[in-house]
Design a protein around this ligand. Sequence first.
Ligand code: SF4
Ligand code: FES
Length: 220
Amino acid sequence: MTDMVLQIDGKDVTASTGMTVLQAAQQAGINIPTLCHHAQLEDYGGCRLCMVEVETRGRTNYVVSCLYPAEKGLVVRTRSEKVDKIRRVIIEELMAHAPDAPELVKLAQEYGADRNRFEKEASFCVLCGLCVRYCAEVKQKHAVGFIENGPMREISFIPELAAKECWNCQECFAICPTSYAQAAYLLTEALAFPGQRKKQAPAVKPQPHTTFGGIPVIVA
Ligand code: SF4
Ligand code: FES
């Protein structure tokens, strides 16, 4: 792999061919907020939080850094008035769906986002796809997937597969930024295969709520 030098926030950063701007920034210790990125998964650019300003051949563009390839001589700004404004609106849109998601609450403080700017559509899922992609790419089980399209799009556990695969896994709970994966699974379990539960508590990151959309969730 060939090395190249680009500039991120005024700092010369070395990256290898095939790396994205986000990877180059992370390698250099420069923080770019992300929601749908996971080091073990293929990026798909769902949340747009990682948007940055890039300048190449005299032109400025706004790109999704988890998908945009690092290029020799590229000038990247991870914060600017416009980047912050775009990010603030994205946070506000996401908070219409999941107003209490810990990561979003933290980012809202940092970017001065108003969690009440957009009308609440409390689906509790921000459609980041982490649960779906983790189950497919890492576990290769495909027990949870997206259903419907447009505003009706949501994730759903497939009861037959979930009954077989999920009761002893539940690894997606810990990577879900909103706890909805856990709530959706528990609902599927309650309806389709009640009582089949892993003996030990799943490896879930501590979450601030014990109920989610009226559905009780396990707090580690
Ligand atoms: S359930 Fe969680 S991990 Fe899955 S798509 Fe929704 S927010 Fe993302
Ligand atoms: S982290 Fe890049 S689009 Fe979500």
